[in-house]
Design a protein around this ligand. Structure first.
Ligand SMILES: [Fe+2]
Length: 501
């Protein structure tokens, strides 16, 4: 018999700085400091910081790097890249390291971002017909020249794994002062150098421990500079961050399923760099970064929505389309940036939950198993949750959370859930949905946990170190483990959902 707890609808206490913008903490991952807690494996796995700094003058202006994204299913792979010339959107792929008997695929080449006064084109190509457990080599055509080949290893689909990372937010350590420096606060560019170095180290460490992952899921805020003022100068900063973000060698070989974070949402850089599958272009409230999307991998359906778009009808329409495209999905996994059920101080009772009252019933209706979130730069896992089937107010970004009366009503309305399972470890045939919020994978910025832990939270932590999660999926089980990247130590117990029907 399942325990059903009804969350108490108490008007939450409004404390202190509700709604006001909170700053990053003093904690950050300073590449110059090399804390002793990091293992030799973590540090030896990647380029040294000295070498990274020496290469940075080149890396920071290497806007034409390739990105790999999932295709519509495991037989496809999507490629995206900037170029200075148009009309060269081609990929060659071969099972041989000599590129013998390659197949060539063509795609689109469109006017994209202007960086530092130069018009770049955005190239998008989809490779099809990929077989499982096969080694491939590919080359991309850049301005008429075939680039060096890179390896892509396809994986199986009966039992597979994926990495999950949150808020790499390359550039977010801006204004922090490195321990072993000249005392100068980091400029945006030096922050991008620091954070992309740590991004590379985390990815290398995670891939070394889990070399057979099918892809990497990023829950949003790939970069930091929002370009709020629309200036060419800020756009250049953002593109330097994208250059740093795309520079880890592992990203040339493992596809990355990205999410639009609030920092990514205001420019077209995201959609110009990443060639997402099945973009839901019918969105009415789309942001400049583009759209939500979906794809199938094995028995799992992955849906990614852009929660910077506050039109929940758009998200429902996308989820409906995705679910109808794969009605037999054993696992339905939804990813978005703003943590509607998280536990960070900065967002989990304010802007992060604006869409909670609207998304919770949609997540119920489409029987989403797992939700992956970012935004709060802290780790949390909820109990299995459902909606409470009552009517609740709808909010969008116009809600004035600095007004204490508005905030009190907002928090009361957001008691819109029920905790339907309180088990930990392995849960069999559960009702409801489990929500994860990710800490930062780079440590470019960390937040405090919210002082009063919400009742829906089963586990949470702030380690002040980069973390990543490993998701393992097979016919009957979904398991997630979360690790401190520097040591490989788990930061939470393993959570497994078993489905016997
Ligand atoms: Fe973030």
């Amino acid at each position: 018999m399942k325990k059903r707890l009804i969350a108490l609808t108490i008007a939450a206490l409004v404390i202190g700085t509700a709604g006001t913008a909170l700053a990053a903490t003093e904690h950050w991952n300073d590449a110059s400091a090399q804390p002793g807690a990091r293992t030799a494996t973590y540090l030896s796995n990647a380029t040294s910081f000295e070498t990274w700094k020496n290469n940075w003058e080149h890396t920071k202006q290497d806007y034409q790097q390739i990105s790999l994204s999932p295709g519509r299913n495991e037989t496809e792979l999507n490629f995206g890249w900037y170029s200075k010339k148009s009309g060269f959107a081609k990929i060659r792929i071969s099972k041989s390291g000599s590129m013998a008997d390659y197949k060539e695929f063509s795609g689109t080449s469109k006017k994209g971002t202007v960086v530092d006064g130069v018009q770049y084109y955005t190239n998008k190509v989809t490779v099809t017909g990929l077989e499982p457990n096969t080694s491939y080599y590919y080359q991309y055509l850049l301005n008429g020249f075939w680039q060096d080949k890179a390896k892509y290893q396809s994986q199986g689909t009966d039992s597979f794994s994926m990495l999950l990372v949150g808020d790499p937010q390359v550039g977010a350590s801006v204004s922090q002062v490195p321990k072993n420096g000249d005392g100068t606060a980091q400029s945006a560019e030096i922050a991008a150098r620091n954070d992309s170095y740590n991004w590379n180290v985390t990815l290398n460490s995670a891939l070394k421990a889990h070399p057979d992952v099918s892809m990497i899921l990023s829950a949003g805020d790939q970069i930091n500079e929002t370009v709020k003022d629309g200036s060419a100068e800020k756009l250049l900063e953002q593109e330097r961050e994208y250059a740093g973000f795309l520079s880890p060698q592992v990203l040339k070989s493992v596809p990355l399923a990205t999410t639009i974070g609030n920092h990514d949402s205001l420019t077209a850089g995201y959609q110009n760099h990443f060639n997402i599958p099945n973009p839901y272009t019918q969105e009415k409230g789309a942001t400049a970064a583009g759209n939500g999307y979906y794809y199938r991998y094995g028995n799992a359906l992955f849906i990614v929505i852009n929660t910077n778009n506050y039109n929940a009808a758009d998200h429902k329409a996308l989820i409906d389309k995705a679910v109808k495209s794969f009605p037999n999905a054993k696992w339905k996994i939804l990813m978005f940036h703003q943590d509607i059920y998280g536990s960070g101080l900065d967002h989990s009772d304010s802007d992060g939950i604006i869409l909670r009252t609207q998304l919770t019933p949609i997540i119920d209706e489409y029987q989403i198993d797992v939700v992956l979130q970012g935004h709060d730069h802290t780790y949390s896992r909820t109990y299995q949750l459902t909606g409470d089937a009552k009517a609740h107010a709808k909010y969008d970004k116009s809600v004035d959370l600095d007004d204490s009366a508005v905030k009190a009503a907002f928090l009361a309305q957001n008691q819109c859930y029920q905790i339907v399972e309180t088990g930990n470890g392995t849960i069999t045939n559960p009702e409801g949905t489990v929500y994860f919020a990710t800490n930062s994978a780079t440590g470019s910025k960390y937040y405090e946990l919210i002082p009063m832990q919400q009742d829906y939270i089963a586990a949470r932590s702030q380690t002040w170190t980069p973390t990543y999660s490993l998701i393992q999926i097979d016919q009957n089980q979904f398991t997630i483990n979360t690790y401190e990247a520097a040591t490989g130590k788990p930061i939470d117990q393993s959570y497994t959902i078993v489905k016997t029907k």
